[in-house]
Design a protein around this ligand. Structure first.
Ligand SMILES: Cc1cc2nc3c(=O)[nH]c(=O)nc-3n(C[C@H](O)[C@H](O)[C@H](O)COP(=O)(O)OP(=O)(O)OC[C@H]3O[C@@H](n4cnc5c(N)ncnc54)[C@H](O)[C@@H]3O)c2cc1C
Length: 601
């Protein structure tokens, strides 16, 4: 008997890896339709990173200022620096009001206006009348929107009888010879036992890989496991060079202060006490998109107008909002100020720096959430049995830069859409396809290697070096030389990852083993990022390279963007660390395309 045959097996219609907002929005759709759904999570579902989302979820409800989905559509395309696919963006912005009202009806405790409608605050890059002025589009529950949303979705899933596998780590996808995905291998952390979870459809909803960087607003569990699983199974990763820096991470701590602060009226100041964003973005000021604000902050610091003894941060001022507004609208931000910066934000300014926050790239999908790969004839083919949604997926609605509050929306819209597509297409009566004999061999080889390891480096040390390297060579401002060097360093790390040693070989709740297995995923996300970044010879959205910077008035390449050569999506292939490209879809579903133009605010 092979080792695979010896493993315990469980069968489901659908297995979902990830119990964040996207995974639980999809599972709800499936469980309610009567399908047998198993949802895996490394942590208790309501501890997924979605719980940390503060600022809001976007939808053009127009409760507090005039708005419609066309404006939202335009803002998202402009925000994406024309790398977003306009069909997917139209779909998301049109669906937004529906999914937010649906969430309200599930019991989501949104803040309310005096007339009972959902409270909405302004957010970066969201405008009325195509860029004329900021609009109030972010639907919020104080500064705990993700918390409220995740708990609401969890409660609904409990009612719908979704099966949760809590503290289970999915390890690898199972693909047969025809390329169909038949489920996953997974480790039960409590016992250390490995299982095969068979599924007619598998959905990856594992969130972002923000932990490939040293300073990040992300939870420690955000190690890009879905990306690693896809990459090892021969599926390319899309647009991984695009990483969002959030302008307001607490300096030195990395903890996020939501853009909702600036939505409520907070402002950024340099060492002269100047509100410098007025100079860079006369219309949107502090509420310009994140890539733009982060670059301006960095510029101020570079030109010597940073604050503090090392002049390496700027200040966020909230005190003028008044203690009452701060305690009502931004209670968590107040607590973060006290706990992480020893600052009372109702009285003093708080030091902030751009901090890694969000991955725009991920596993390529279509608008139904189906994973797609190049078909060999210049087109894209669906991978049978595999879907991906949420931050681990790239559909692509965020392109080269995501607008704040568009991620929670992405989770709801595409989690729901994937759920609906699976319900419509899954054959309930069909048997599961037979598993290949070697279904779990790769996983078992990874585990066996760790168990046999006697010397080598610890996972933690390799991971820390990887994070430091990524921070140094793929930061806010990039140079070609530094990225090229980063590529070499990360390539060389592959060997170190392959030789990681596990000292404690015990089975029960062995977190050292989990960490070692996570590094296999970190390296995929890191190498995808470094290789894709070094190859993109232009500035676009979050990818700013000194060597290619130009002014807004440069006729051919305004702001360094080179549409002729680079308006295309990157696909990184793990097997040979190579790149291919595919066109951006500039054609929306029903409306006219928004043609590329210079991005000023
Ligand atoms: C501090 C912070 C604030 C934010 N604020 C906002 C905001 O206000 N508005 C907004 O739109 N966006 C915001 N974002 C972004 C947004 O919250 C995230 O992009 C989004 O929540 C990701 O959701 P997800 O469902 O894709 O994944 P997550 O919520 O990250 O969940 C991932 C799930 O996958 C599971 N998982 C991962 N790997 C495995 C594995 N190998 N096996 C089993 N399970 C696994 C995890 O346990 C978890 O359940 C914020 C992000 C951060 C970090």
């Amino acid at each position: 008997m092979t080792a695979t045959a010896n493993l315990p097996k469980r069968k489901f219609d659908v297995v979902i890896v990830g119990a964040g907002g996207s995974g639980m929005r999809a599972s709800l759709q499936l469980a309610r339709a009567g399908l047998k759904v198993g949802v895996l999570s490394k942590v208790f579902p309501t501890r997924s990173h979605t719980v940390a989302a503060q600022g809001g979820v976007s939808a053009s409800l127009g409760n507090m200022s005039e708005d419609n989905w066309h404006y939202h559509f335009y803002d998202t395309i402009k925000g994406s620096d024309w790398l977003g696919d306009q069909d997917a963006i139209e779909f998301m912005c049109r669906e937004a009001p529906k999914v937010v009202y649906e969430l309200e009806h599930f019991g989501m405790p949104f803040d309310r206006n005096p007339d009972g409608t959902i409270y909405q605050r302004p957010f970066g890059g969201h405008t009325a009348n195509y860029g004329e002025k900021p609009v109030q589009r972010a639907c919020a529950a104080a500064d705990r929107t993700g918390h409220a949303m995740l708990h609401t979705l969890y409660q609904q899933n409990v009612e719908a009888r979704t099966t949760f596998f809590v503290e289970w780590m999915a390890l690898d996808l199972i693909r047969d010879a025809s390329g169909d995905v038949l489920g996953v291998t997974a480790l039960e952390m409590e016992t250390g036992d490995t299982y095969i979870l068979e599924a007619k459809t598998t959905l990856l909803a594992t969130g972002g890989a923000g932990r490939i960087f040293a300073a990040s607003t992300n939870a420690f569990i955000n190690t890009g496991d879905g990306l690693g699983m896809a990459a090892r199974a021969g599926i390319p990763l899309q647009d991984m060079e695009f990483w969002q820096f959030h302008p307001t991470g607490v300096a030195g701590a990395g903890v996020l202060l939501t853009e909702g602060c600036r939505g409520e009226g907070a402002i950024l100041l340099n060492s002269n006490g100047e509100r410098f964003m007025e100079r860079y973005a006369p219309t949107l000021k502090d509420l310009a998109p994140r890539d733009f604000v982060s670059r301006c902050m960095d510029q101020e610091i570079k030109e010597g107008r940073g604050c503090g003894p090392n002049k390496d941060y700027v200040m966020l001022k909230l005190s003028h909002l008044g203690a009452e507004t701060i305690h009502k609208r931004l209670p968590s931000v107040y607590e973060i100020g006290v706990n992480f910066a020893n600052v009372d934000i109702t009285k003093e300014d708080i030091p902030v720096v751009p901090t890694i926050h969000y991955q725009m790239g991920g596993i390529p999908t279509n608008i139904h959430g189906q994973v797609v790969t190049p078909d060999g004839n210049g087109g894209q083919a669906v991978v049978n049995g595999l879907y991906a949604v949420g931050e681990c997926a790239c559909v692509s609605v965020h392109g080269a830069n995501r607008l704040g509050t568009n991620s929670l929306l992405d989770l709801l819209v595409f989690g729901r859409a994937a759920g609906n597509h699976i319900v419509a297409n899954l054959d309930r009566k069909a048997e599961h396809k037979p598993l290949p004999k070697d279904a779990a061999d790769k996983t078992l080889a990874r585990l066996a290697r760790l168990d046999a390891s006697t010397d080598g480096e610890y996972a933690q040390d390799v991971a820390n070096d990887l994070r430091a390297t990524m921070q140094q060579h793929a930061g806010v401002f990039r140079t070609q030389a530094s990225m090229d060097e980063g590529v070499k360093k990360i390539n060389a790390m592959r060997e170190r990852v392959a030789k990681i040693t596990l000292k404690d070989k015990s089975k029960v709740f062995n977190t050292a083993r989990i960490e070692a297995l996570e590094v296999d995923n970190l390296i995929e996300a890191a190498q995808a990022t470094m290789t894709s970044a070094a190859a993109r010879h232009e500035c676009r959205g979050a990818h700013t390279v000194n060597d290619y910077e130009r002014g807004a008035d440069d006729a051919e390449f305004p702001l360094g963007r080179n549409d002729k050569e680079w308006m295309k999506h990157t696909l990184w292939h793990s097997a040979d660390n190579s790149l291919t490209y595919k066109p951006v879809n500039l054609k929306p579903l029903t409306v006219e395309s928004v043609p590329p133009k210079v991005r000023t605010f």
